[in-house]
Design a protein around this ligand. Structure first.
Ligand SMILES: Nc1ncnc2c1ncn2[C@@H]1O[C@H](COP(=O)(O)OP(=O)(O)OP(=O)(O)O)[C@@H](O)[C@H]1O
Ligand SMILES: [Mg+2]
Length: 254
């Protein structure tokens, strides 16, 4: 479904990604792991058009997406969440999810201009879809709240609702359970598995190894911008390069 070929990104001459190549198969959960600063978020940013890669190619369903702006990538069927949450605190929870449908809202505005079926109906339909998305992520009862007053765990789920509302074919999740407690993590894990069972393809950047190893079909390991391993969770767990990347740099925790 998605093929990365020799993807590289430099920041001021310093390489953050170096010739990363791998494929995502449709319907799979692929986990992208690696130590802090390995280049995981940079990779997602290069796929989604937030950053332009310095070299290499991004192919999605046979279409070359390399260097396209973010809205074009979204239009092609790829959605994402951000590691540092990007919600609009003054907008309602519902309106934050509606932002994930702006492309369709734009189209409906256009059809209103052309005197196609009334805009009101379209709007109602979009709001209904947004409410359904909120319901999936257990946020429907907070739809009218300003998003800024949501607790952290709810904000994470709001980002996921916004990513999935447009029924994208591929969703990239950047650390969806970071900062969540064990019960919240398990709930998000179940939701991710359910999304897979409904046919979504997911790329999951995550440090929670229990979650990664229990739900991923494929694991890709980045270290210092390079892809050092790829395989099933079991294969990756016993790969000496992976153990070294993690254990060789382990810092004492506070
Ligand atoms: N906009 C930027 N400008 C300059 N350097 C950057 C920028 N974004 C990332 N980097 C650098 O690129 C490298 C990879 O960063 P990235 O955020 O992709 O890592 P990561 O694997 O997502 O780490 P983490 O697990 O901490 O989120 C780091 O050395 C980082 O400092
Ligand atoms: Mg990151």
């Amino acid at each position: 479904m998605l093929t990365l070929e020799g993807l590289s990104k430099n920041f001021g001459g310093l390489p953050a990604l170096q010739e990363v190549s791998f494929r995502l198969r449709g319907g799979d959960i692929t986990a992208l792991i690696g130590p802090n600063g390995a280049g995981k978020s940079t990779l997602i940013n290069c796929i989604t058009g937030v950053l332009a890669p310095s070299a290499g190619r991004v192919d999605f369903l046979g279409r070359d997406l390399t260097g396209l702006p973010a809205h074009e990538v979204t239009r092609s069927g790829i959605a994402r969440t951000f590691q540092n949450l990007r919600i609009f605190p003054r907008l309602s929870v519902l309106d934050n999810v509606l932002c994930g449908l702006t492309l369709e809202a734009g189209r409906s505005f256009f059809s209103a201009m052309l005197r196609l079926p009334p805009l009101r109906h379209r709007e109602r339909r979009l709001r209904l879809r947004a409410l359904e998305a909120l319901d999936r992520f257990s946020l429907a009862d907070k739809a009218a709240w300003p998003a800024g007053i949501l607790a952290y765990g709810d904000r994470k789920r709001l980002e996921m609702a916004r990513a999935f509302v447009g029924e994208p074919q591929l969703v990239l999740l950047d650390e969806p359970v970071a900062g969540l407690n064990a019960a919240e993590t398990a709930a998000v894990g179940r939701e991710i598995v359910r999304l897979k069972s409904e046919g979504h393809t997911l790329l999951l950047v995550e440090h929670d190894m229990d979650l990664v190893m229990s739900i991923a079909d494929q694991v890709v390991v980045l270290d210092s911008g390079r892809c050092i391993a790829r395989g099933t969770p079991a294969e990756v767990q016993r790969n000496p390069l992976v153990l070294e990347a993690y254990l060789g740099r382990m810092e004492p925790t506070a």
